[in-house]
Design a protein around this ligand. Structure first.
Ligand SMILES: [Zn+2]
Ligand SMILES: [Zn+2]
Length: 283
């Protein structure tokens, strides 16, 4: 993808799926038919958090991965608040939020706990295209209530009742991590690819995408960490089949199932190589 096609790409990682419009019907019934793509800046992937840095103020947001070590360990912040902001009428499933808390408790060292704060919905801004994309950080400043305070840090999840302005006939995005502590999820696209006959359950896709994007906030997957499992076809993603950090969450779900008929309820897990990356970042 050309850089001008991705105006926020210096701050964003994305979960997206590519498909042929002519094959859409078949794709909805066959997740393996999906191919994947990404729009990920190498510079951000190579950025590592500075040792001892406490940069985590949402008003001076850094790049995706900047706060990875502070999120992972309990030295600066020993607890975490996940603030969920529905925009429009769509709201995330409770099961996906429960799954998210479980994932964070298993992945981060936060002995003070992980909790969710779900805000009341706000009206969907009537903006489109680049005007919408470039205004998202400003909307966040207006709506976000949580910020690092004493020993508690925060993540901000925008649950957006609209598709990504960057979507095209061949690419649709489920979500994007756009700063060191912020993720936007595109509810209509999640709905389009889940919950129907032959599709994965809505809460499973939603949980998978949430956890995948937070994986990016934790620095996954970066070639600069010495790892050798970065997908050469999709920078910032894992090449291990069935790993949470595969570029296409639907493919990861498909490959991590215990049997073809079992969609299960738990998202794909991180592979051993991704865990090793997290251990290196945490130290
Ligand atoms: Zn991704
Ligand atoms: Zn992996």
């Amino acid at each position: 993808m050309r850089e001008r096609d991705c105006p926020m790409n210096r701050q964003m990682y994305q979960s997206l799926t590519q498909f042929s419009a002519a094959a859409l019907g078949a794709i909805l019934l066959s997740f393996l038919a999906l191919s994947t793509g990404s729009c990920v800046p190498t510079n951000d992937l190579k950025h590592r958090p500075a040792a001892g840095s406490t940069q985590n103020d949402y008003k001076t947001q850094g790049s995706v991965g900047n706060s990875a070590s502070q999120l992972l360990n309990g030295e600066v912040f020993d607890s975490l608040e996940v603030e969920v902001q529905p925009v429009g009428e769509a709201v995330p499933t409770q099961d996906s939020l429960i799954s998210l808390v479980y994932f964070l408790e298993q992945t981060l060292h936060k002995p003070g706990g992980v909790r969710v704060r779900q805000n009341a919905p706000v009206p969907l801004p009537q903006l489109q295209g680049n005007a919408l994309l470039t205004s998202i950080p400003q909307w966040e400043k207006r709506w976000r209530k949580s910020q690092p305070f004493k020993k508690t840090t925060s993540l901000f999840l925008l649950y957006w009742e609209g598709a990504s302005p960057e979507d095209s006939a061949t690419q649709q995005r489920f979500a994007q991590a756009y700063s060191q502590s912020s993720v936007i999820l595109y509810a209509p696209t999640l709905e389009k690819f889940s919950g129907g006959i032959g599709q994965v359950p809505r809460s499973l896709l939603e949980a998978t995408v949430m956890q995948h994007e937070i994986g990016h906030l934790l620095g996954l997957v970066s070639g600069s960490s010495g790892s050798t499992h970065e997908d050469p076809q999709s920078i910032g993603h894992c090449s291990s089949p069935g790993c949470l950090m595969q570029a296409n969450p639907l493919e990861a779900i498909q490959l991590s199932r215990s049997s073809p008929a079992d969609f299960g309820t738990r998202p794909p897990e991180l592979c051993d190589s991704c865990w090793e990356d997290l251990h290196r970042t945490r130290e």
